[in-house]
Design a protein around this ligand. Structure first.
Ligand SMILES: Cc1ncc(C[n+]2csc(CCOP(=O)(O)OP(=O)(O)O)c2C)c(N)n1
Ligand SMILES: [Mg+2]
Length: 600
């Protein structure tokens, strides 16, 4: 039998060493599915419950392996379903290639069933490269470029292949006019700033007395260099959330995450520094960086399109993080006065005590901070951790101490709900030997996580280490938004939008053949984590948590907390009763009489 275009596409993916394609079937890709059958499922087709989940799985795979993620979907609705996951990839700078079907060429432009103008629809999300293959000779060029551009620009690209084209006999481009041959090789070059720029940067950094460093995911692979530079400068280092796993939280001068979900020592580091060095981060919240006239600043980023943003930087170095820092190091002079560093380290150690105390505060029934705190010390050194958008992102950011070769991520920039569970599924295909944890709210579980448990049940026996733990914060509330509403004066919370229906998460997991554990008492939290880690199969742990524990921003003063709480309580005794005791007693100190009665 002759090789079809679809056969060739799979052949070329194998030549690119693509091992998995995350997807969902439909007649717009029937030619490809038939080719998959002929290719004995190589690369492996991983089936989800929904195309958005396939895209998230490709993103999770790419985030945790550093390889390009590939997803596939049918024309029309399938291609539309992929979009949110593709935007997640685009915004977090993750390389993902989408291969989507389209109606037959003969029907195009005829308002045909499932015909959607995919070139227009994908023009934004796959703006770096989106092409439709209408004749066989466009391949392999279009596919090669999609993979090369996604990989080198860390972005989303898309290849649209009409159903009838998938079934044509493949013929390669010839050595003739209007033919575009292609090749496989992809080598990485490492941009390095010129010496003159490095010297300018060093002059700024050497002039500082109190240097703050902010690292993002672009500093991955540069931990040793960041450590050396921070040591010479006597600096503290804060981490943007996508860069949380770049540096160990056991280092005494690492202040942890920054921003609304961040830590107090990171806030203090930025508030009090006189010099700022940002490495591989586009952390968006300028208000958490130093005042504009407070610090002289240098930025290092591999992407010339991403330098100069967020702060009035004096020197913008375009370069690979590790290589640039290595070349910067000999130009730096050692900060002999270690006072600033001692201050940072003192702030950090105080902060971990605060975290300990917050986790130990009683709640009804379980304090979510205890759940994360108890997990942190139990995490295997090679764990992969994801958090969903919701209150779990706060607790992940603050309570999880990264160490060893741990990896962690979430939807950092799109901040979409729903990737927690599919990310770890993608991770399990890329790194089956590593224990994975998804830390997810009940809203996100109901949105899609419970469906993806079916995918876990379908595939887990193929993973060399089957340990995958889905932890659900069962608080019957869209809690993160509830607290955001409370923080808005006059909007204590709108129950019809915030309350969630009950669901038996652990029972459902058990019904799928997974291990399901429901935890309703604080004293059982640690044992549940131990049991999940010791399990011989994926495990769902359902923690019944207290929605009244506020994800307090790190810099909030008690005065600000008081006004937030007042707008929430508004004289309502029931709501006052929902507040945890620690908040009530502290308020009692600053608001006379507030300890007994709700503030008016
Ligand atoms: C797709 C999408 N829809 C809505 C939101 C807004 N949002 C952010 S967090 C959140 C609440 C999440 O609730 P849940 O998963 O139960 O976690 P909790 O905060 O209760 O722990 C919502 C609705 C979003 N980020 N993404
Ligand atoms: Mg919830």
């Amino acid at each position: 039998m002759k090789q079809t275009v679809a056969d060739f596409v799979l052949h070329r993916l194998r030549e690119w060493d693509v091992k998995f394609v995350f997807g969902y079937a439909g007649d717009g890709i029937n030619g490809l599915l038939a080719a998959w059958e002929r290719a004995e499922n190589h690369p492996k087709f991983v089936q989800s419950r929904h195309e958005e989940m396939s895209a998230f799985q490709a993103v999770g795979y790419a985030k945790f392996t550093g390889r390009v993620g590939v997803c596939v979907a049918t024309s029309g609705p399938g291609a539309i379903h992929l979009l949110n996951g593709l935007y997640d990839a685009k915004l977090d700078h993750v390389p993902v290639v989408a291969i989507v079907g389209q109606t037959n060429r003969s029907a195009m432009g005829g308002s045909y069933q499932q015909e959607v103008d995919l070139l227009s629809l994908y023009k934004d999300v796959a703006g770096a490269y989106v092409q439709m293959v209408t004749v066989p000779e466009q391949l392999p060029n279009v596919l090669d470029r999609a993979i090369r551009i996604a990989s080198s620009q860390r972005t989303v690209t898309a290849v649209i292949i009409p159903a009838d084209v998938q079934e044509l006999d493949y013929s390669p481009p010839g050595h003739e006019f209007k033919m575009v041959p292609s090749s496989l090789d992809l080598s990485w070059s490492t941009p390095i700033p010129p010496d003159s720029q490095l010297e300018r940067a060093a002059a700024v950094l050497n002039a500082g007395q109190k240097v703050a460093v902010l690292v993002g995911q672009g500093a991955r692979g540069a931990a040793a260099e960041v450590t050396d530079v921070a040591d010479v400068l006597g600096a503290g280092v804060a981490k943007a959330l996508l860069g949380k796993d770049v540096l160990s939280d056991e280092l005494p001068w690492v202040t942890g995450s920054i921003g609304l979900l961040g830590t107090r020592p990171s806030y203090e580091l930025m508030r009090d520094c006189d010099t700022l060095l940002v490495v591989g981060s586009s952390f968006p919240y300028t208000q958490f960086l130093p005042e504009f006239d407070q610090a002289r600043a240098v930025q290092i980023d591999v992407d010339p399109g991403m330098v100069g943003l967020r702060y009035p930087f004096e020197v913008n170095l375009v370069g690979d993080a590790a290589e640039t820092l290595r070349r910067l190091l000999p130009l730096l002079s050692r900060q002999e006065d270690r006072g600033w560093r001692r201050t940072v380290e003192g702030n950090v150690s105080r902060w971990w005590e605060v975290m300990q105390r917050r986790a130990a505060t009683s709640a009804d029934p379980i304090n979510p901070e205890l759940v994360f705190h108890a997990l942190s010390s139990r995490l295997p050194h090679n764990a992969i951790i994801t958090a969903d958008s919701g209150s779990s992102a706060n607790w992940y950011a603050r309570h999880i101490k990264i160490r060893g070769t741990m990896r962690g991520s979430l939807s950092g920039t799109l901040a979409t709900m729903g990737p927690g569970v599919p990310y770890v599924i993608g991770a399990k295909f890329g790194c089956p030997e590593r224990p994975c944890y998804a830390l997810v709210g009940d809203g996100a579980m109901q949105m899609n996580g419970i469906n993806e448990l079916i995918t876990i049940a379908k595939y887990w026996q193929e993973w060399s280490d089957p340990r995958l733990v889905v932890a659900v914060l069962h608080n019957n509330d869209l809690n993160q938004v509830t607290w955001e509403l409370r923080a808005m004066e006059g909007s204590p919370s709108f129950l019809p939008s915030q309350q969630l229906p009950d669901f038996p998460y652990a029972g459902y997991a058990t019904s799928l053949g997974l291990l399901g554990i429901k935890v309703e008492k604080p004293e059982d939290v640690g044992a549940a984590w131990d049991q999940a880690l010791a399990a011989d199969r994926p495990c769902l742990v359902e923690f019944v948590t207290d929605p009244a524990v506020p994800p307090i921003p790190p810099h909030a003063t008690w005065e600000q907390i008081r006004s937030t709480v007042e707008s929430f309580v508004k004289g309502d005794a029931d709501r006052w009763g929902m507040l945890k005791e620690g908040v009530r007693s502290k308020l009692a100190e600053i608001v006379p009489g507030a300890g007994k009665d709700p503030p008016a």
